[in-house]
Design a protein around this ligand. Structure first.
Ligand code: ADP
Ligand code: MG
Length: 322
């Protein structure tokens, strides 16, 4: 099957939003963006051997490659609308492509995202997706407007995806049930799109957790010119992680594991009530884990009133290098 047959068979037939004037099939897509909105644009690449193992289910890869991009849009408070997909394949295997597209389009259709174009090439497996969203003028969430005194929150639970990865690396034994739970988190992250909308006008800053809470909250602290204080006993650690790891390991995974694709955000004291309303309709749980404070260190860790020291050199290095 040649390049054009591949495009025709797998990509060109996808559903089209009414604001897509021309989608796949011309030299470029033609889109009518809504008035009084700003475009929000993000790109992420996944490369075999770096971001995923060769034996990842194709369906999971299709889902995850789009999900990580939608997660970035969610962190900006944007409504996702359009995407492009540059795919490099070693060979055109039909069954693999079908499963990949199933995972990709299931998520795309759920959020009404239209695939408007892309590129198809031969080579080592890699995927680059650019996702485009819109946000009402001036309402995007950013990393830089956190203020000293704002409360720090995260959606969902932390550490599950990272423990799933450890299992794939042969470093963690799991029962079948635990394996299903953790690999589902690792392979099928759910971008917090509805939470992102809800946080507009409520959160003072926001980021999605891809590299790990410490690194990503560290970005908020740096960009906002303050420091973030985390109470480790308040971290919403995934129950499977809690049941399998020592308390120290569980905290390290929640702080440094990464790939949770939850949102981490700050909320001014006066918006705490509004937050409850804002997130109620997204159906996602959230937890307060600390506060923005004055200081030079991006992050300080506490357990109760005591300093908390993170064990394991590599975890701390990960934090430091951010
Ligand atoms: P050109 O040579 O003009 O860049 P291509 O032959 O690469 O165009 O692609 C033809 C059409 O198919 C274009 O509309 C392009 O956006 C689309 N396309 C190619 N690959 C993909 C893909 N992987 N996913 C979605 N659309 C694709
Ligand atoms: Mg062309």
């Amino acid at each position: 099957m040649g390049e054009f047959e591949l495009i025709e068979r797998f990509f060109a037939k996808s559903a089209k939003r009414p604001d897509v004037v021309l989608g796949i099939g011309d030299d470029a897509a033609l889109i009518t963006p809504p008035e009084n909105h700003q475009l929000v644009v993000t790109t992420d690449t996944l490369v075999e051997g770096i971001h995923f193992f060769a034996d990842i289910p194709a369906n999971a890869l299709g889902h995850k490659s789009l999900a990580v991009n939608l997660s970035d849009l969610a962190a900006m408070g944007a409504e996702p609308r359009w995407a492009t997909l540059a795919i490099t394949l070693p060979s055109a295997r039909m069954a693999w492509m079908e499963q990949f597209c199933e995972g990709f389009f299931e998520l795309a259709e759920y959020y009404n995202v239209t695939l408007v174009g892309g590129d198809t090439t031969r080579g080592p497996l890699s995927l680059t997706i650019t996702a485009h969203g819109v946000v009402p003028m001036g309402q995007a969430l950013t990393r830089s407007h956190g203020q000293v005194g704002d409360w720090v929150y995260v959606t969902g639970l932390l550490g599950g995806s990272a423990l799933g990865l450890k299992h794939l690396q042969g470093l963690q034994k799991l029962t079948n049930e635990q394996r299903d739970t953790l690999l589902n988190l690792h392979y099928y992250p759910q971008p917090r799109v509805l939470s992102g909308y809800g946080l507009r006008g409520v959160a003072s800053s926001c980021i999605d957790i891809s590299d790990g809470l410490l690194a990503d909250l560290g970005h908020i602290a740096k960009a906002s010119g303050c420091s973030a204080k985390i109470q480790v006993e308040q971290l919403p650690i995934h129950p499977v992680v809690k049941s399998l790891c020592s308390p120290e390991e569980a905290i390290a995974l929640a702080l440094c594991g990464g790939e949770d694709y939850e949102l981490c955000f700050s909320v001014p004291e006066e918006n705490k009530g509004a937050l409850e309303v804002a997130l109620s309709y997204s159906g996602v749980h959230y937890h307060c884990i600390g506060q923005l404070v004055a200081g030079d260190e991006p992050i300080s860790l506490y357990q109760g009133k005591e300093d908390y020291h993170l064990g394991g050199a590599h975890s701390w290095d990960h934090f430091r290098s951010s």
